[in-house]
Design a binder for this molecule. Structure first.
Ligand code: ASP
Ligand code: MG
Length: 466
């Protein structure tokens, strides 16, 4: 049995959703699907919370928007008027529950992490219900189950939960074994589970990939397939590097590093549950379902390009904290990091020297992090400085940190085209090397490195025995 994740990017216009339903019908018998919300619905729900806090009248408008979206898709994908009418009633039931949460929010004038997670889980609940109805209306034996009713147990951390794999596996075997038949199609909403106290907890934005990995491990699936509207992992972002190629095979380590970058092919934590079981992940393009896509497994092939990908991220900034003797002052790093963390700001990476701590942050977190530091008393640093005009380049490939000359080739490629490297970070991963350049030089830098490692004649290592 396979667990197949259907991404929100594939669930966009009615016509594409109809094609997805066709694919599910043709290839889904005996399989388990984990589905995302229809494209844009999670954003609508989250933004709707802000609007509902301020203005009660926004609530019925929002619910109508969500109803219309699902109703219109249903008109296209659910076969038969009677079925469509029944679907509209089921949709109405779900929406009136959702509506009550919004009114509760408006009444209490407070958004809590608990409420945010319950409300944002509705996108996946509604899409699972819709896709199941569509398949049933075509005479298929489809059913859906809600994660909290079949025991997808998490650690209870709102907005960033982690699944309890052992417990979930036990629960899934018990609740789902009877539903899994050779002909049956089982659909599960992705994105959330329930904490020890039964509260709905989500896995963070994009978390349906992770939910699918958890389901795959809990059900001991043969493989995990991720259906997306893209080819798979690429050797660079094709919008920046036209010669970018598909990466046919990559390791868990490489995929985990690449997951952090722009294209957001996978939720960064997806490989966590599957790697211990050595379960393979296949990325499949729903626009070309028979194309090979990318395969993620324990080891990369020994032959092939030295590096797998030249990735980049523009949504970053650096907060420099100047302080003398950083390396000799116990606790200063912890003090800085905890002040930032207390503000709910995530630090992507830290690089320190004897005179400076550089925090790598998402662009929108820069000012908040600086404000957090200004409040520390007594002040443990001399001054702070924000660098907004930077972008991150990541070179990813198994073992590149142990391979002599890779970093040198990369930096001379960059230097040869006149791009200055602002900061270098050898992270703890053996599969990645990161550095920063000025934003306006990013495109030049990425292309220079890509053509060094990928242009013809191709920069292949000689094939070695496996
Ligand atoms: N619907 C959720 C989101 O947009 C989860 C997902 O699609 O993976 O973040
Ligand atoms: Mg999504």
């Amino acid at each position: 049995m396979k667990v197949i994740k259907v991404g929100g990017g594939c669930l966009k216009q009615s016509r594409t959703i109809e094609e997805i339903v066709g694919l599910m019908a043709a290839r889904g018998r005996g399989q388990v699907f984990v589905v995302s919300a229809l494209n844009g619905i999670t954003d609508l729900l989250l933004n709707g919370m802000t609007a509902a806090l301020e203005d009660e009248a926004s609530i019925p408008r929002l619910v109508e928007t969500i109803r219309t979206r699902h109703h219109q898709v249903a008109r296209r994908i659910v076969v038969g008027q009677t079925r469509r009418n029944a679907y509209d009633r089921d949709l109405g039931d779900g929406l009136s529950r959702l509506e009550r949460f919004f009114y509760g929010l408006n009444f209490t004038r407070e958004t809590t992490p608990r409420l945010t997670d319950v409300i944002s889980s509705y996108g996946e609940r509604l899409s699972a219900q819709l896709l199941t109805t569509a398949l049933r209306s075509r005479g298929l034996d489809a059913a859906y189950r809600l994660p909290h009713e079949i025991g997808l147990v998490t650690d209870g951390k709102f907005g960033d939960a982690t699944a309890d794999l052992k417990q979930t596996a036990r629960n899934f075997q018990r609740h789902l074994a009877p539903v899994l038949t050779a002909e049956g199609i089982l659909i599960l909403p992705g994105f959330f589970g329930a904490g020890p106290t039964g509260d709905i907890t989500t896995f963070g934005r994009g978390g349906s990939d992770y939910a699918a990995a958890v389901a795959a491990v809990a059900l001991e699936a043969e493989v995990l397939e991720i259906w997306k509207d893209t080819q798979g992992f690429m050797s660079a972002d094709p919008r920046m590097v036209p010669e970018a190629e598909l990466i046919p095979v990559l390791s868990y380590e490489e995929a985990a590093e690449l997951a952090y970058f722009g294209a957001r092919i996978l939720h960064p934590r997806t490989v966590e549950p599957v790697r211990r079981r050595k379960m393979k992940i296949f990325i499949r393009n729903t626009l070309a379902p028979d194309a090979p896509g990318s395969e993620i497994r324990a080891r990369s092939p020994r032959s092939g390009p030295v590096i797998k990908s030249v990735a980049h991220d523009c949504d970053i900034g650096i907060l420099k904290v100047h302080a003398s003797g950083v390396g000799a002052r116990p606790g200063i790093l912890a003090q800085v990091a905890s002040a930032v963390a207390e503000h709910g700001i995530n630090i992507k990476s830290v690089v320190t020297s004897q005179t400076c701590i550089s925090l790598l942050l998402a662009s929108h977190d820069l000012a908040g992090a600086r404000d957090a530091l200004v409040r520390i008393r007594p002040r443990p640093y001399r001054k702070t400085e924000m660098l907004k005009d930077v972008a991150l380049i990541g070179i990813v490939g198994d073992g590149i940190q142990n391979q002599p000359g890779v970093a040198a080739r990369c930096f001379s490629a960059v230097a040869d085209c006149g791009v200055n490297v602002e900061m270098i970070s050898f992270g703890p991963s053996k599969a990645a090397l990161y550095f920063l350049v000025r934003k306006k030089e990013l495109e030049r830098g990425v292309n220079a490195i890509h053509s060094t490692f990928f242009s013809t004649p191709r920069c292949h290592r000689p094939p070695q025995p496996e």
